[in-house]
Design a protein around this ligand. Structure first.
Ligand code: C2O
Ligand code: CU
Ligand code: CU
Length: 477
């Protein structure tokens, strides 16, 4: 190969990608049995306390026409939805009945990163249990988050295997809707005996994409809705590496928030791109007899050159609801409380983070790529604090990507306000916990480090890249 990576530009930084306008339905694609739409079981708090067990075990389940073996929390893929309110105390016993170690991360919750709260440095050995306990702050915003394992080196394998679930924070402002649904999108691949496929070198390098794209653990499930119903869809991109360009047909779709943070006002969903790990809170008003969430592949800038063979999805209905009968709730009131605008804050410290990965030539013949994915030239090390920040300060970070693929940059606990993408200012006010850094590009974010102190992580949310070292430790003191 004379040139390993192409340099074509990808229109993703802005968050909107242009795709074909004609929408075709092809349910039952590939002869697969269409699943029925189900919601994960809900573990809800009661009188300010949620006490529950999450038990990890292998599960054998029907997926389309195949019987497959996956990893699960409480026997289902996705795991149960954790539903809490601001001010709640959450006590989760993680019981690890897998033959591998794991732990638990509550991605997006503004909770303490230390001790037995959202501490990604905890190790829960095979066969052991751990009691997590966290306090949801009394002023926590309502919104959609998720949980998944965070044991360095195993995160991609375990998430690909089926270990993820939604977290819903509800408060008195949560809109009353006809249906409030969790739509957890994930992907996985299996070998001919239905066991989880291992990622090959290319999969690790580009981030693995599964052969099956699922919603709540089913392929193209179908459910029911009502005519003119107003629904809330809590969309979680739980894929290890897949970007999702999403739109709704058969209904009007308004984006209310990203990563659990409300926008300043509702925006049209139209072809919004969710990076791996992103969530979208969407208000859908059904206006025909069938409403679908539609997915289009986000073209990979290196795909052709890298000989990637992953399937292209064009106007693919991930999930469809058939409208029957009249809805009783046909309007919803959404409150957009203004977020703090960090553009107005004074910045205490400016930092630069450079994300780098090997090119094809560098990994040819290498036994492992571990440590070749770096931030500021260093791969993740347990014993090192890479970045120390001061509590109660606002920092400005420019995040630079020297590679020919995009990386979704994630910071735990404290949300980032996106300031610019490739030097172009972002005019809207948005707080996110995962922001895409375009191929050979850069972004600027601001972060208000407040309330919590302690040690946690920032990393690429292409989880293969995280496992291979593209992660750093941050301590707020
Ligand atoms: Cu979704 Cu560090 O995690
Ligand atoms: Cu996280
Ligand atoms: Cu990456």
């Amino acid at each position: 190969m004379s040139q390993v990576f192409s340099r074509r530009n990808l229109l993703v930084g802005a968050g909107v990608v242009a795709v074909g306008t004609g929408v075709t339905y092809y349910l039952n694609q590939g002869g697969n049995k269409v699943g029925s739409f189900t919601q994960p079981e809900v573990l809800a708090s009661n009188n300010g306390v949620l006490e529950a067990t999450l038990e990890l075990a292998t599960v054998s389940k029907q997926l389309g026409n195949a019987k497959v073996n996956m990893l699960s929390y409480n026997g289902t893929v996705p795991g149960p939805t954790i539903k809490v309110r601001p001010g709640d105390k959450v006590k989760l016993k993680l019981t690890n009945n897998l033959n591998q170690d794991t732990n638990l991360h509550t991605h997006g919750l503004f909770v303490h990163p230390n001790a037995n709260s959202d501490n990604p440095f905890i190790h829960v050995m095979a066969g052991e249990s751990f009691d997590y306990e966290f306090d949801i702050p009394a002023d926590h915003a309502e919104g959609t988050h998720w949980y998944h394992p965070h044991l360095h080196g195993q995160v991609a394998n375990q998430v690909f295997g089926g270990l993820y679930g939604a977290i819903v924070v509800e408060d008195d402002t949560t809109p009353k809707v006809s249906e409030d649904r969790v739509l957890v999108i994930s992907d996985a691949s299996f070998d001919s005996s239905g066991n989880l496929a291992e990622a090959n070198m290319m999969g690790l390098m580009m981030g693995r994409e599964g052969d099956y794209v699922m919603v709540n653990g089913e392929i193209q499930p179908q459910g029911k809705t009502k005519k003119q119903a107003v629904e809330r869809w809590r969309i979680v991109n739980a894929c290890v590496a897949r970007y999702l360009a999403l739109q709704v047909v058969g209904g009007e779709a308004k984006l209310l928030g990203l990563d659990g943070h409300k926008l300043a006002e509702a925006e049209d969903l139209q072809n919004r791109v969710l990076a791996p790990g992103n969530r979208a809170d969407v208000l859908v008003t059904v206006n025909t007899d069938k409403v679908s969430l539609i997915y289009n592949t986000v073209a990979h800038p290196d795909a052709g050159m890298m000989g990637m063979s992953s399937k292209e999805y064009t106007d693919y209905p991930l999930v469809t609801f058939i409208a029957e009968g009249a809805a009783t709730v046909i309007a919803a009131e959404v409150k957009f409380q203004p977020l703090p605008d960090l553009r107005k804050s004074s910045v205490s410290t400016r930092r630069k983070f450079t994300l780098a990965m090997p090119n094809h030539a560098m990994v040819m013949g290498a036994a492992t790529m571990e440590g070749m994915f770096t931030i500021n030239g260093e791969a993740f090390s347990h014993d090192k604090v890479n970045t120390t920040v001061s509590n109660n300060t606002v920092e400005e970070w420019s995040i630079v990507n020297t590679s020919t693929m995009q990386h979704p940059f994630h910071l735990h606990i404290w949300p980032m306000q996106l300031i610019s993408v490739n030097g172009e200012e972002v005019s809207t006010l948005r707080h996110q916990d995962i922001v895409t850094v375009p191929a050979n590009g850069n972004i600027v974010v601001r972060v208000n480090f407040h309330t919590h102190t302690g040690k946690t992580l920032y990393h690429c949310h292409i989880l293969d890249h995280e496992d291979l070292g593209m992660m750093g430790v941050i301590e707020s003191v």
